[in-house]
Design a protein around this ligand. Structure first.
Ligand SMILES: Cc1cc2nc3c(=O)[nH]c(=O)nc-3n(C[C@H](O)[C@H](O)[C@H](O)COP(=O)(O)OP(=O)(O)OC[C@H]3O[C@@H](n4cnc5c(N)ncnc54)[C@H](O)[C@@H]3O)c2cc1C
Length: 319
């Protein structure tokens, strides 16, 4: 049984889903959680239910808003105090920014973007995609502990049940140290919906959308499904969608349960960002579009006819 610390990232108190995916998968190990101040009572209770025995809640000057240096310095203190074997976090935008820095402070190994977690006794053996998802590598870490691992959101899946108890909350006064790069402002993204990397359903539009107004039909379907809207690079470059919505090699890497590609050809660079989606549905007028080779379900047809009909049928099903 390994001793593991999990970083619980939260958004205004609400813990990000990937934290529960990680805790659920690691439930046979000794689990502690570290989070920055602002965690809601519900969040604390949920973390306990998902197996956290202790939650280290860090509060301190300079730690009200995220800064990579301040968070890393404060995390270092907690990590050093616990003789952990592994420290896990979500491979979110923040996790990707923060964790290489923290691992560097310990001169320790790190594996990022893990999509499968396995243990051989106390030794972690993970799987991570390489070469834009064309290869899956089995990876393990060597050298001084703790080792650091970030997990791609939605890749492990939520645990079926949460049978833990309540966690012991320890308040920690964090020391942000000297912060050279200060975050002055956080500007909200174009969408109020869940970030693409965390969404379990994504409806994406490509160049075939023709303009930004037409994305309205995708938003209508997304509202019915509780989905987030994404886009191909061609749609983004044409000004139909914001860059924060881009899926692919130079956009976001997503792994939702359901990915609906509307008027997207399926270029290799787009597939690189969504090929690990559990179920892929493609709507395209061209029966030979490469996206159909990757799709689990394909509709050959005009998206402007198919999407509104699907939305109406989904409304009936969801009611
Ligand atoms: C270095 C590099 C990085 C890149 N990074 C990315 C990236 O991150 N993400 C990304 O997406 N691309 C990326 N690209 C671009 C990529 O190569 C493709 O050009 C792009 O994905 C094409 O977008 P698309 O499928 O929307 O457009 P198109 O390839 O033009 O496809 C449009 C599709 O819509 C179909 N269609 C047309 N009308 C309709 C209709 N009415 N109903 C239904 N279907 C219709 C067509 O049959 C066609 O298949 C990158 C390219 C390079 C070189």
């Amino acid at each position: 049984m390994a001793k593991i610390l999990v970083f619980a990232e939260h958004n205004s108190g609400t813990v990000k889903g990937v934290t529960f995916e990680i805790l659920g998968k690691l439930s046979s190990h000794t689990l502690e959680v570290v989070a920055f101040d602002g965690l809601s009572d519900d969040g604390v209770a949920e973390l306990g239910k998902h197996g956290a025995t202790t939650i280290h809640k860090i509060k301190g000057e300079g730690l009200d808003t995220y800064s990579p240096e301040g968070y890393a310095n404060a995390l270092k203190e907690v990590i050093s105090s616990g003789s952990y074997d592994y420290v896990f976090a979500g491979s979110t935008s923040l996790g990707k920014d923060l964790f290489p820095r923290v691992a560097g402070m310990f001169d320790a190994g790190m594996i990022s973007e893990v999509v499968e977690i396995n243990f051989d006794g106390e030794t972690f053996k993970g799987t991570r995609p390489l070469f834009a998802g064309k290869v899956l590598a089995t990876v393990e870490l060597d050298g001084p502990k703790p080792h650091f691992v970030t997990v791609r959101p939605n890749s492990i899946g939520m645990p079926d049940s949460a049978a833990g108890g309540s966690a012991n909350v320890v308040d920690v006064t964090g020391n942000a140290g000297s912060i050279r790069a200060v975050v002055n402002e956080i500007i909200k993204g174009a969408s109020e919906k869940l970030d693409l990397t965390e969404a379990s359903i994504i409806v994406s539009g490509g160049r075939a959308m023709k303009n930004s107004d037409n994305f309205k039909i995708l938003h209508e379907m997304a509202d019915v499904l509780g989905a987030t809207v994404g886009a191909s690079r061609a749609a983004v470059d044409s000004g139909y969608a914001d860059h924060s919505m881009q899926v692919g090699q130079t956009g976001k890497t997503v792994a939702p349960t359901l990915y609906i590609a509307c008027g997207i050809s399926g270029a290799i660079q787009h597939l690189a960002g969504m090929r690990t989606s559990k179920v892929i549905v493609a709507i395209n007028t061209d029966p030979d579009a490469p996206i159909f080779q990757k799709a689990d379900y394909g509709i050959v047809g005009d998206l402007f006819k198919v999407v509104p009909v699907l939305t109406e049928e989904l409304k009936k099903l969801m009611n």
